[in-house]
Design a protein around this ligand. Sequence first.
Ligand code: FAD
Length: 524
Amino acid sequence: GGAAQLYRAGEDAVWVLDSGSLRGATANSSAAWLVQFYSSWCGHCIGYAPTWRALAGDVRDWAAAIRVAALDCAEERNHEVCRAYDVRFYPTFRYFKAFTKDFTTGENYKGPDRELQTVRRAMIDFLQNHTDENRPPACPSLDPVRPSDLRSLLDTRGGRYVAVLFESEGSYLGREVVLDLIPYENVSVKRALSPDGALLEKLGVSSLPACYLIYPNGSRGMVTVGKPLRSFFSSYLKSLPDVRKKSLSLPEKATIEEGPEAVVWREFDRSKLYTADLESGLHLLLRVELAAHKSLAGAELQTLKDFVTILAKLFPGRPPVRKLLETLREWLASLPLDRIPYNAVLDLVDNKMRISGIFLTNHVKWVGCQGSRAELRGYPCSLWKLFHTLTVRAGTRPEALDGTGFAGAPQAVLQAVRRYVRAFFGCRQCAEHFEEMAHDSMDSVKTADQAVLWLWKKHNLVNSRLAGHPSEDPRFPKVPWPTPDLCPACHEEVKGLASWNEGQVLLFLKRHYGSDSLVDTYAE
Ligand code: FAD
Protein backbone atom coordinates (compact mmCIF):
# COMPACT_ATOMS: atom_id res chain seq x y z
CA GLY A 1 0.00 0.00 0.00
CA GLY A 2 1.08 3.53 0.62
CA ALA A 3 1.68 6.01 -2.09
CA ALA A 4 4.69 4.58 -3.75
CA GLN A 5 5.08 6.75 -6.75
CA LEU A 6 7.43 5.58 -9.41
CA TYR A 7 5.66 7.94 -11.80
CA ARG A 8 4.11 11.29 -11.11
CA ALA A 9 1.16 12.54 -13.10
CA GLY A 10 2.03 15.90 -14.57
CA GLU A 11 5.73 15.68 -13.78
CA ASP A 12 6.63 12.73 -15.95
CA ALA A 13 5.45 12.34 -19.52
CA VAL A 14 4.06 8.97 -18.42
CA TRP A 15 0.26 8.89 -18.18
CA VAL A 16 -0.43 7.69 -14.67
CA LEU A 17 -3.53 5.50 -14.65
CA ASP A 18 -5.40 3.84 -11.82
CA SER A 19 -8.46 1.71 -11.18
CA GLY A 20 -10.71 4.67 -11.87
CA SER A 21 -9.14 5.81 -15.10
CA LEU A 22 -7.72 2.78 -16.93
CA ARG A 23 -10.90 1.58 -18.55
CA GLY A 24 -12.14 5.06 -19.43
CA ALA A 25 -8.80 6.03 -20.91
CA THR A 26 -8.33 2.99 -23.10
CA ALA A 27 -11.92 2.22 -24.13
CA ASN A 28 -12.93 3.70 -27.45
CA SER A 29 -9.96 6.04 -27.26
CA SER A 30 -8.91 8.07 -30.26
CA ALA A 31 -5.32 7.07 -29.50
CA ALA A 32 -3.69 3.71 -28.91
CA TRP A 33 -2.07 3.00 -25.53
CA LEU A 34 0.91 1.15 -24.21
CA VAL A 35 0.38 0.51 -20.52
CA GLN A 36 2.96 -0.83 -18.12
CA PHE A 37 1.34 -2.67 -15.21
CA TYR A 38 4.01 -2.65 -12.57
CA SER A 39 4.38 -3.16 -8.88
CA SER A 40 6.13 -0.52 -6.87
CA TRP A 41 7.80 -3.18 -4.69
CA CYS A 42 9.26 -5.00 -7.67
CA GLY A 43 12.96 -4.16 -7.79
CA HIS A 44 13.15 -4.65 -11.50
CA CYS A 45 10.24 -2.23 -11.98
CA ILE A 46 12.04 0.37 -9.87
CA GLY A 47 15.19 -0.11 -11.92
CA TYR A 48 13.23 0.17 -15.16
CA ALA A 49 11.36 3.39 -14.26
CA PRO A 50 14.00 5.76 -15.72
CA THR A 51 13.75 3.97 -19.09
CA TRP A 52 9.97 4.20 -19.08
CA ARG A 53 10.09 7.89 -18.17
CA ALA A 54 12.65 8.52 -20.91
CA LEU A 55 10.53 6.63 -23.45
CA ALA A 56 7.42 8.62 -22.53
CA GLY A 57 9.38 11.86 -22.84
CA ASP A 58 10.87 10.78 -26.15
CA VAL A 59 7.47 10.08 -27.72
CA ARG A 60 5.57 12.87 -25.99
CA ASP A 61 4.67 14.36 -29.38
CA TRP A 62 3.06 11.11 -30.48
CA ALA A 63 0.37 11.35 -27.79
CA ALA A 64 -2.52 11.99 -30.15
CA ALA A 65 -1.69 8.64 -31.79
CA ILE A 66 -0.26 6.52 -28.99
CA ARG A 67 0.39 7.07 -25.29
CA VAL A 68 2.75 5.61 -22.76
CA ALA A 69 1.11 4.90 -19.43
CA ALA A 70 1.74 3.14 -16.14
CA LEU A 71 -0.43 1.60 -13.46
CA ASP A 72 0.76 0.48 -10.04
CA CYS A 73 -0.70 -2.90 -9.15
CA ALA A 74 0.76 -2.65 -5.64
CA GLU A 75 -1.67 0.14 -4.77
CA GLU A 76 -4.50 -1.26 -2.75
CA ARG A 77 -7.14 0.53 -4.82
CA ASN A 78 -5.69 -1.01 -8.00
CA HIS A 79 -5.69 -4.65 -6.88
CA GLU A 80 -9.11 -5.28 -8.36
CA VAL A 81 -8.38 -3.72 -11.72
CA CYS A 82 -5.09 -5.61 -12.08
CA ARG A 83 -7.03 -8.81 -11.49
CA ALA A 84 -9.64 -7.83 -14.01
CA TYR A 85 -6.91 -7.25 -16.58
CA ASP A 86 -5.35 -10.58 -15.71
CA VAL A 87 -2.00 -9.12 -14.68
CA ARG A 88 -0.04 -11.83 -12.89
CA PHE A 89 3.56 -10.76 -13.14
CA TYR A 90 5.37 -7.47 -13.03
CA PRO A 91 6.08 -5.65 -15.14
CA THR A 92 3.47 -6.57 -17.75
CA PHE A 93 3.23 -4.44 -20.89
CA ARG A 94 -0.08 -4.24 -22.75
CA TYR A 95 -1.18 -2.49 -25.88
CA PHE A 96 -4.67 -1.20 -26.38
CA LYS A 97 -5.73 -0.33 -29.90
CA ALA A 98 -7.61 2.86 -30.62
CA PHE A 99 -11.40 2.60 -30.77
CA THR A 100 -11.73 -0.73 -29.02
CA LYS A 101 -15.34 -0.96 -27.95
CA ASP A 102 -15.53 -4.27 -26.14
CA PHE A 103 -13.64 -4.89 -22.94
CA THR A 104 -10.18 -6.23 -23.62
CA THR A 105 -7.22 -6.96 -21.41
CA GLY A 106 -4.96 -5.70 -24.18
CA GLU A 107 -2.24 -7.37 -26.22
CA ASN A 108 1.03 -8.37 -24.60
CA TYR A 109 4.21 -6.67 -25.70
CA LYS A 110 6.50 -9.42 -26.90
CA GLY A 111 9.65 -7.59 -27.90
CA PRO A 112 13.06 -9.23 -27.67
CA ASP A 113 14.04 -6.79 -24.89
CA ARG A 114 12.75 -3.69 -23.13
CA GLU A 115 15.30 -1.18 -24.33
CA LEU A 116 13.86 2.20 -25.17
CA GLN A 117 14.51 1.89 -28.89
CA THR A 118 13.08 -1.63 -29.12
CA VAL A 119 9.86 -0.60 -27.40
CA ARG A 120 9.59 2.56 -29.48
CA ARG A 121 9.84 0.54 -32.68
CA ALA A 122 7.29 -1.93 -31.38
CA MET A 123 4.93 1.00 -30.77
CA ILE A 124 5.26 1.95 -34.42
CA ASP A 125 4.62 -1.63 -35.55
CA PHE A 126 1.59 -1.67 -33.29
CA LEU A 127 0.24 1.54 -34.79
CA GLN A 128 0.67 0.03 -38.24
CA ASN A 129 -1.33 -3.00 -37.12
CA HIS A 130 -4.46 -0.90 -36.94
CA THR A 131 -6.93 -1.23 -39.77
CA ASP A 132 -7.91 1.81 -41.78
CA GLU A 133 -11.12 2.09 -39.75
CA ASN A 134 -9.58 2.03 -36.31
CA ARG A 135 -6.38 3.92 -36.95
CA PRO A 136 -6.05 6.92 -34.64
CA PRO A 137 -7.28 9.87 -36.72
CA ALA A 138 -4.32 11.97 -35.59
CA CYS A 139 -1.89 9.40 -36.93
CA PRO A 140 -0.71 10.15 -40.46
CA SER A 141 -0.03 7.26 -42.79
CA LEU A 142 3.08 5.42 -41.75
CA ASP A 143 3.28 3.35 -44.90
CA PRO A 144 5.82 4.32 -47.54
CA VAL A 145 4.58 6.21 -50.55
CA ARG A 146 4.01 3.81 -53.42
CA PRO A 147 6.64 4.15 -56.16
CA SER A 148 3.87 4.95 -58.66
CA ASP A 149 2.73 7.85 -56.47
CA LEU A 150 6.17 9.20 -55.78
CA ARG A 151 6.62 11.33 -58.87
CA SER A 152 3.30 13.08 -58.49
CA LEU A 153 4.07 13.67 -54.82
CA LEU A 154 7.35 15.26 -55.74
CA ASP A 155 5.52 17.46 -58.22
CA THR A 156 3.15 18.75 -55.52
CA ARG A 157 2.56 22.44 -55.79
CA GLY A 158 3.29 23.68 -52.31
CA GLY A 159 0.64 25.45 -50.21
CA ARG A 160 2.32 24.01 -47.19
CA TYR A 161 5.51 22.15 -46.51
CA VAL A 162 5.74 18.58 -47.73
CA ALA A 163 8.77 16.63 -46.54
CA VAL A 164 9.69 13.32 -48.12
CA LEU A 165 12.08 11.14 -46.18
CA PHE A 166 13.99 8.69 -48.29
CA GLU A 167 15.21 5.74 -46.33
CA SER A 168 16.07 2.11 -46.69
CA GLU A 169 13.82 -0.84 -45.97
CA GLY A 170 13.65 -1.60 -42.25
CA SER A 171 14.51 1.94 -41.18
CA TYR A 172 12.19 3.45 -38.56
CA LEU A 173 13.52 6.96 -38.89
CA GLY A 174 10.90 8.15 -41.37
CA ARG A 175 8.03 6.89 -39.26
CA GLU A 176 9.52 8.45 -36.15
CA VAL A 177 9.79 11.81 -37.84
CA VAL A 178 6.22 11.48 -39.17
CA LEU A 179 5.01 10.89 -35.60
CA ASP A 180 7.23 13.61 -34.12
CA LEU A 181 5.52 16.15 -36.35
CA ILE A 182 1.95 15.19 -35.37
CA PRO A 183 1.36 18.27 -33.22
CA TYR A 184 2.73 20.65 -35.87
CA GLU A 185 0.66 22.28 -38.54
CA ASN A 186 1.52 23.48 -42.01
CA VAL A 187 3.79 20.53 -42.68
CA SER A 188 3.20 16.97 -43.74
CA VAL A 189 5.79 14.25 -43.73
CA LYS A 190 5.91 11.22 -46.02
CA ARG A 191 8.39 8.43 -46.29
CA ALA A 192 9.68 6.70 -49.38
CA LEU A 193 11.76 3.56 -49.59
CA SER A 194 14.94 3.39 -51.65
CA PRO A 195 13.57 4.55 -55.01
CA ASP A 196 15.42 3.86 -58.21
CA GLY A 197 18.91 5.22 -58.57
CA ALA A 198 18.03 7.50 -61.46
CA LEU A 199 15.46 9.36 -59.36
CA LEU A 200 17.78 9.66 -56.40
CA GLU A 201 20.49 11.05 -58.64
CA LYS A 202 18.12 13.54 -60.21
CA LEU A 203 17.11 14.74 -56.72
CA GLY A 204 20.71 14.92 -55.59
CA VAL A 205 20.45 12.25 -52.88
CA SER A 206 23.83 10.68 -52.24
CA SER A 207 23.10 8.65 -49.13
CA LEU A 208 20.13 7.47 -47.08
CA PRO A 209 18.32 8.63 -45.05
CA ALA A 210 17.73 11.92 -46.75
CA CYS A 211 14.97 14.52 -46.71
CA TYR A 212 13.50 16.27 -49.73
CA LEU A 213 11.45 19.34 -48.95
CA ILE A 214 8.79 21.12 -50.97
CA TYR A 215 8.17 24.64 -49.71
CA PRO A 216 4.78 26.36 -49.58
CA ASN A 217 5.87 28.66 -52.38
CA GLY A 218 6.65 25.70 -54.61
CA SER A 219 10.41 25.76 -54.45
CA ARG A 220 12.07 22.50 -53.47
CA GLY A 221 15.34 20.79 -52.70
CA MET A 222 17.26 18.50 -50.43
CA VAL A 223 17.53 19.41 -46.77
CA THR A 224 20.96 19.51 -45.22
CA VAL A 225 21.17 18.57 -41.55
CA GLY A 226 24.24 18.16 -39.38
CA LYS A 227 23.74 14.43 -38.93
CA PRO A 228 21.23 12.14 -40.63
CA LEU A 229 19.42 11.41 -37.35
CA ARG A 230 15.79 11.49 -36.30
CA SER A 231 16.32 14.41 -33.93
CA PHE A 232 18.06 16.49 -36.59
CA PHE A 233 15.34 15.96 -39.18
CA SER A 234 12.51 16.47 -36.69
CA SER A 235 13.86 19.64 -35.20
CA TYR A 236 14.71 21.05 -38.63
CA LEU A 237 11.13 20.56 -39.79
CA LYS A 238 9.64 21.89 -36.54
CA SER A 239 11.66 25.07 -36.84
CA LEU A 240 10.64 25.94 -40.40
CA PRO A 241 9.00 29.37 -40.73
CA ASP A 242 5.21 29.11 -40.31
CA VAL A 243 5.36 25.58 -38.91
CA ARG A 244 3.63 25.87 -35.57
CA LYS A 245 2.46 23.65 -32.81
CA LYS A 246 -1.29 23.08 -32.96
CA SER A 247 -3.30 23.50 -29.83
CA LEU A 248 -4.25 19.86 -29.52
CA SER A 249 -7.55 18.95 -28.02
CA LEU A 250 -6.32 15.99 -26.05
CA PRO A 251 -8.79 14.27 -23.81
CA GLU A 252 -8.56 15.20 -20.17
CA LYS A 253 -5.33 14.07 -18.66
CA ALA A 254 -5.95 11.09 -16.42
CA THR A 255 -6.28 12.52 -12.99
CA ILE A 256 -5.27 11.14 -9.71
CA GLU A 257 -4.97 13.75 -7.14
CA GLU A 258 -3.61 12.04 -4.12
CA GLY A 259 -0.37 13.35 -2.81
CA PRO A 260 1.97 10.98 -1.06
CA GLU A 261 0.14 9.69 1.98
CA ALA A 262 1.95 10.34 5.16
CA VAL A 263 3.52 7.07 6.21
CA VAL A 264 3.80 6.80 9.96
CA TRP A 265 7.16 5.49 11.05
CA ARG A 266 6.93 2.84 13.76
CA GLU A 267 9.92 2.32 15.98
CA PHE A 268 11.10 -1.25 15.97
CA ASP A 269 13.90 -3.54 17.02
CA ARG A 270 15.94 -5.12 14.23
CA SER A 271 16.64 -8.17 16.32
CA LYS A 272 12.92 -9.01 16.47
CA LEU A 273 10.42 -10.53 14.12
CA TYR A 274 7.03 -8.79 13.95
CA THR A 275 3.70 -10.54 13.53
CA ALA A 276 2.44 -7.51 11.63
CA ASP A 277 4.99 -8.11 8.84
CA LEU A 278 4.17 -11.80 8.51
CA GLU A 279 0.42 -11.20 8.53
CA SER A 280 0.56 -8.25 6.13
CA GLY A 281 2.63 -10.39 3.79
CA LEU A 282 0.17 -13.26 4.09
CA HIS A 283 -2.69 -10.89 3.34
CA LEU A 284 -1.00 -9.73 0.11
CA LEU A 285 -0.01 -13.27 -0.81
CA LEU A 286 -3.51 -14.68 -0.43
CA ARG A 287 -5.60 -11.70 -1.49
CA VAL A 288 -3.47 -10.10 -4.18
CA GLU A 289 -0.67 -12.24 -5.55
CA LEU A 290 -2.61 -15.49 -5.82
CA ALA A 291 -5.80 -13.64 -6.62
CA ALA A 292 -4.21 -12.53 -9.88
CA HIS A 293 -5.01 -16.05 -11.07
CA LYS A 294 -8.71 -16.33 -11.82
CA SER A 295 -8.69 -20.07 -11.46
CA LEU A 296 -6.15 -22.70 -10.55
CA ALA A 297 -5.77 -26.19 -11.92
CA GLY A 298 -3.27 -29.01 -12.29
CA ALA A 299 0.27 -28.32 -11.13
CA GLU A 300 -0.56 -24.78 -10.02
CA LEU A 301 -3.39 -26.02 -7.83
CA GLN A 302 -1.11 -28.65 -6.32
CA THR A 303 1.51 -25.97 -5.64
CA LEU A 304 -1.09 -23.92 -3.81
CA LYS A 305 -2.28 -26.91 -1.80
CA ASP A 306 1.24 -27.84 -0.71
CA PHE A 307 2.16 -24.30 0.16
CA VAL A 308 -1.01 -23.86 2.21
CA THR A 309 -0.29 -27.14 4.00
CA ILE A 310 3.17 -25.87 4.97
CA LEU A 311 1.66 -22.57 6.09
CA ALA A 312 -1.12 -24.21 8.08
CA LYS A 313 1.35 -26.35 9.97
CA LEU A 314 4.21 -23.90 10.43
CA PHE A 315 2.94 -20.31 10.28
CA PRO A 316 3.55 -18.76 13.68
CA GLY A 317 1.52 -16.07 15.29
CA ARG A 318 -2.01 -15.44 16.29
CA PRO A 319 -4.62 -18.19 16.60
CA PRO A 320 -7.29 -16.66 14.28
CA VAL A 321 -4.77 -16.61 11.43
CA ARG A 322 -3.54 -20.13 12.10
CA LYS A 323 -7.10 -21.34 12.28
CA LEU A 324 -7.83 -19.67 8.95
CA LEU A 325 -4.86 -21.41 7.35
CA GLU A 326 -5.89 -24.76 8.77
CA THR A 327 -9.47 -24.28 7.52
CA LEU A 328 -8.15 -23.39 4.10
CA ARG A 329 -5.87 -26.45 4.10
CA GLU A 330 -8.72 -28.77 5.02
CA TRP A 331 -11.01 -27.26 2.45
CA LEU A 332 -8.41 -27.55 -0.32
CA ALA A 333 -7.63 -31.13 0.70
CA SER A 334 -11.30 -32.10 0.59
CA LEU A 335 -11.92 -30.65 -2.87
CA PRO A 336 -12.87 -33.22 -5.44
CA LEU A 337 -12.29 -30.69 -8.23
CA ASP A 338 -9.28 -30.40 -10.44
CA ARG A 339 -9.90 -26.72 -11.08
CA ILE A 340 -11.03 -24.11 -8.62
CA PRO A 341 -12.08 -20.53 -9.18
CA TYR A 342 -9.82 -18.42 -6.99
CA ASN A 343 -12.85 -16.48 -5.77
CA ALA A 344 -13.76 -19.51 -3.70
CA VAL A 345 -10.46 -19.22 -1.85
CA LEU A 346 -11.05 -15.50 -1.37
CA ASP A 347 -14.48 -16.17 0.11
CA LEU A 348 -12.86 -18.40 2.65
CA VAL A 349 -10.01 -16.00 3.39
CA ASP A 350 -12.53 -13.19 3.84
CA ASN A 351 -14.55 -15.55 6.02
CA LYS A 352 -17.76 -15.13 4.06
CA MET A 353 -18.96 -18.37 5.66
CA ARG A 354 -18.66 -16.75 9.08
CA ILE A 355 -16.71 -19.57 10.64
CA SER A 356 -16.00 -18.47 14.17
CA GLY A 357 -12.50 -17.58 15.27
CA ILE A 358 -10.88 -17.16 11.90
CA PHE A 359 -9.52 -13.85 10.69
CA LEU A 360 -6.73 -12.38 8.61
CA THR A 361 -6.15 -8.64 8.56
CA ASN A 362 -6.87 -7.02 5.24
CA HIS A 363 -4.62 -4.07 5.86
CA VAL A 364 -0.97 -3.68 5.24
CA LYS A 365 1.09 -2.59 8.20
CA TRP A 366 4.85 -2.88 7.95
CA VAL A 367 7.06 -2.75 11.01
CA GLY A 368 10.33 -4.62 10.50
CA CYS A 369 9.68 -4.35 6.75
CA GLN A 370 9.07 -0.59 6.72
CA GLY A 371 10.91 1.26 3.99
CA SER A 372 12.21 4.78 4.16
CA ARG A 373 10.12 5.39 1.04
CA ALA A 374 6.79 3.75 0.32
CA GLU A 375 8.01 1.76 -2.69
CA LEU A 376 10.90 0.19 -0.80
CA ARG A 377 10.92 -3.11 1.15
CA GLY A 378 7.40 -4.17 2.21
CA TYR A 379 6.08 -7.26 0.46
CA PRO A 380 9.30 -8.94 -0.78
CA CYS A 381 10.86 -8.33 2.65
CA SER A 382 7.90 -10.02 4.34
CA LEU A 383 8.14 -12.97 1.95
CA TRP A 384 11.79 -13.58 2.84
CA LYS A 385 10.91 -13.41 6.53
CA LEU A 386 8.05 -15.81 5.99
CA PHE A 387 10.23 -18.29 4.09
CA HIS A 388 13.00 -18.18 6.72
CA THR A 389 10.43 -18.63 9.47
CA LEU A 390 9.01 -21.68 7.74
CA THR A 391 12.40 -23.38 7.27
CA VAL A 392 13.35 -22.69 10.89
CA ARG A 393 10.08 -24.01 12.29
CA ALA A 394 10.29 -27.15 10.17
CA GLY A 395 13.59 -27.77 11.94
CA THR A 396 12.53 -26.88 15.46
CA ARG A 397 9.09 -28.51 15.43
CA PRO A 398 9.29 -31.33 12.90
CA GLU A 399 6.27 -33.10 14.45
CA ALA A 400 4.07 -30.31 13.10
CA LEU A 401 4.30 -31.89 9.66
CA ASP A 402 3.28 -35.36 10.83
CA GLY A 403 0.49 -36.78 8.76
CA THR A 404 0.90 -34.34 5.89
CA GLY A 405 3.07 -36.32 3.53
CA PHE A 406 5.94 -33.93 4.25
CA ALA A 407 7.00 -35.56 7.51
CA GLY A 408 10.69 -36.37 7.56
CA ALA A 409 11.35 -34.65 4.23
CA PRO A 410 14.18 -32.17 4.80
CA GLN A 411 13.52 -30.29 1.57
CA ALA A 412 9.75 -30.09 2.07
CA VAL A 413 9.61 -26.38 2.95
CA LEU A 414 12.24 -25.34 0.44
CA GLN A 415 10.53 -27.20 -2.39
CA ALA A 416 7.14 -25.73 -1.47
CA VAL A 417 8.68 -22.25 -1.39
CA ARG A 418 10.48 -22.89 -4.67
CA ARG A 419 7.32 -23.95 -6.42
CA TYR A 420 5.34 -21.07 -4.96
CA VAL A 421 7.92 -18.57 -6.19
CA ARG A 422 8.14 -20.17 -9.60
CA ALA A 423 4.39 -20.28 -10.15
CA PHE A 424 3.12 -17.18 -8.38
CA PHE A 425 5.68 -14.62 -7.24
CA GLY A 426 4.75 -11.46 -9.13
CA CYS A 427 8.37 -10.39 -9.59
CA ARG A 428 9.31 -12.50 -12.60
CA GLN A 429 13.01 -11.66 -12.52
CA CYS A 430 13.19 -12.63 -8.87
CA ALA A 431 11.44 -15.91 -9.60
CA GLU A 432 13.84 -16.75 -12.42
CA HIS A 433 16.92 -16.03 -10.31
CA PHE A 434 15.55 -18.00 -7.40
CA GLU A 435 14.75 -20.95 -9.62
CA GLU A 436 18.30 -20.89 -10.98
CA MET A 437 19.72 -21.09 -7.49
CA ALA A 438 17.29 -23.83 -6.51
CA HIS A 439 18.09 -25.79 -9.62
CA ASP A 440 21.82 -25.55 -8.95
CA SER A 441 21.99 -26.60 -5.34
CA MET A 442 18.72 -27.31 -3.55
CA ASP A 443 19.25 -31.03 -4.08
CA SER A 444 22.28 -30.95 -1.79
CA VAL A 445 20.04 -30.23 1.22
CA LYS A 446 19.82 -33.40 3.35
CA THR A 447 18.68 -32.14 6.77
CA ALA A 448 16.33 -29.54 8.18
CA ASP A 449 19.33 -27.54 9.44
CA GLN A 450 20.87 -27.55 6.00
CA ALA A 451 17.59 -26.22 4.64
CA VAL A 452 17.76 -23.27 7.06
CA LEU A 453 21.35 -22.56 6.03
CA TRP A 454 20.65 -23.02 2.34
CA LEU A 455 18.02 -20.29 2.35
CA TRP A 456 20.23 -18.01 4.45
CA LYS A 457 23.12 -18.40 2.00
CA LYS A 458 21.00 -17.83 -1.06
CA HIS A 459 19.39 -14.77 0.49
CA ASN A 460 22.86 -13.35 1.11
CA LEU A 461 23.73 -14.05 -2.52
CA VAL A 462 20.66 -12.07 -3.58
CA ASN A 463 21.67 -9.28 -1.18
CA SER A 464 25.12 -9.01 -2.68
CA ARG A 465 23.74 -9.05 -6.20
CA LEU A 466 21.32 -6.23 -5.35
CA ALA A 467 23.74 -4.01 -3.42
CA GLY A 468 23.65 -0.57 -5.03
CA HIS A 469 20.50 -1.37 -7.04
CA PRO A 470 17.87 1.41 -7.16
CA SER A 471 15.56 -0.76 -5.05
CA GLU A 472 18.05 -0.75 -2.18
CA ASP A 473 16.76 1.19 0.81
CA PRO A 474 19.60 3.41 2.07
CA ARG A 475 18.40 2.81 5.62
CA PHE A 476 18.59 -0.95 5.04
CA PRO A 477 21.67 -1.53 2.93
CA LYS A 478 22.13 -4.92 1.28
CA VAL A 479 24.95 -6.36 3.31
CA PRO A 480 25.87 -9.87 4.44
CA TRP A 481 23.41 -10.72 7.16
CA PRO A 482 23.34 -11.10 10.17
CA THR A 483 25.67 -8.14 10.67
CA PRO A 484 28.28 -8.32 13.45
CA ASP A 485 26.19 -6.14 15.76
CA LEU A 486 23.23 -8.57 15.47
CA CYS A 487 25.34 -11.68 15.88
CA PRO A 488 28.94 -11.19 17.02
CA ALA A 489 29.45 -14.95 17.39
CA CYS A 490 28.52 -15.51 13.74
CA HIS A 491 31.60 -13.64 12.58
CA GLU A 492 35.18 -14.83 12.74
CA GLU A 493 38.49 -14.27 11.12
CA VAL A 494 40.34 -17.19 9.63
CA LYS A 495 43.93 -16.32 8.69
CA GLY A 496 43.01 -12.67 8.53
CA LEU A 497 39.95 -13.25 6.37
CA ALA A 498 36.44 -12.49 7.59
CA SER A 499 34.36 -15.66 7.58
CA TRP A 500 31.15 -17.12 8.98
CA ASN A 501 30.85 -19.50 11.86
CA GLU A 502 27.97 -21.49 10.37
CA GLY A 503 27.17 -23.30 13.57
CA GLN A 504 26.60 -19.96 15.24
CA VAL A 505 24.66 -18.65 12.25
CA LEU A 506 22.33 -21.63 12.52
CA LEU A 507 21.74 -20.97 16.21
CA PHE A 508 21.14 -17.32 15.50
CA LEU A 509 18.67 -18.06 12.69
CA LYS A 510 16.75 -20.44 14.92
CA ARG A 511 16.45 -17.78 17.58
CA HIS A 512 15.69 -14.94 15.18
CA TYR A 513 13.06 -16.78 13.16
CA GLY A 514 11.82 -18.94 16.04
CA SER A 515 8.95 -18.09 18.33
CA ASP A 516 11.27 -16.43 20.88
CA SER A 517 11.71 -13.23 19.01
CA LEU A 518 8.21 -12.99 17.58
CA VAL A 519 6.55 -9.78 18.74
CA ASP A 520 2.83 -9.00 18.52
CA THR A 521 3.11 -5.27 19.21
CA TYR A 522 1.62 -3.37 16.28
CA ALA A 523 -0.27 -6.44 15.17
CA GLU A 524 -3.70 -4.97 15.92
P1 FAD B 1 15.29 -8.29 2.23
O1 FAD B 1 16.37 -8.84 1.40
O2 FAD B 1 13.92 -8.40 1.72
O3 FAD B 1 15.36 -9.01 3.64
C1 FAD B 1 14.33 -8.90 4.60
C2 FAD B 1 14.94 -9.08 5.97
O4 FAD B 1 15.44 -10.40 6.10
C3 FAD B 1 16.12 -8.20 6.27
O5 FAD B 1 15.70 -6.94 6.70
C4 FAD B 1 16.82 -8.97 7.36
O6 FAD B 1 16.17 -8.78 8.59
C5 FAD B 1 16.60 -10.40 6.93
N1 FAD B 1 17.71 -10.97 6.16
C6 FAD B 1 18.55 -10.34 5.30
N2 FAD B 1 19.42 -11.21 4.78
C7 FAD B 1 19.13 -12.41 5.30
C8 FAD B 1 19.68 -13.71 5.15
N3 FAD B 1 20.73 -13.93 4.36
N4 FAD B 1 19.13 -14.72 5.83
C9 FAD B 1 18.09 -14.53 6.64
N5 FAD B 1 17.53 -13.32 6.83
C10 FAD B 1 18.03 -12.27 6.17
N6 FAD B 1 14.85 -8.23 -5.98
C11 FAD B 1 15.49 -7.95 -7.13
O7 FAD B 1 15.63 -6.78 -7.46
N7 FAD B 1 16.01 -8.95 -7.91
C12 FAD B 1 15.87 -10.26 -7.57
O8 FAD B 1 16.33 -11.13 -8.29
C13 FAD B 1 15.17 -10.58 -6.38
N8 FAD B 1 14.96 -11.88 -6.03
C14 FAD B 1 14.17 -12.17 -4.95
C15 FAD B 1 13.83 -13.50 -4.66
C16 FAD B 1 12.98 -13.79 -3.61
C17 FAD B 1 12.61 -15.23 -3.33
C18 FAD B 1 12.45 -12.75 -2.81
C19 FAD B 1 11.51 -13.06 -1.68
C20 FAD B 1 12.78 -11.44 -3.08
C21 FAD B 1 13.63 -11.13 -4.15
N9 FAD B 1 13.95 -9.80 -4.47
C22 FAD B 1 14.66 -9.53 -5.60
C23 FAD B 1 13.59 -8.71 -3.56
C24 FAD B 1 14.78 -8.37 -2.66
O9 FAD B 1 15.49 -9.55 -2.30
C25 FAD B 1 14.34 -7.72 -1.37
O10 FAD B 1 13.34 -8.49 -0.76
C26 FAD B 1 13.81 -6.32 -1.53
O11 FAD B 1 14.73 -5.53 -2.23
C27 FAD B 1 13.57 -5.66 -0.13
O12 FAD B 1 14.80 -5.62 0.57
P2 FAD B 1 14.94 -5.47 2.11
O13 FAD B 1 15.89 -4.36 2.39
O14 FAD B 1 13.62 -5.35 2.77
O15 FAD B 1 15.65 -6.82 2.61
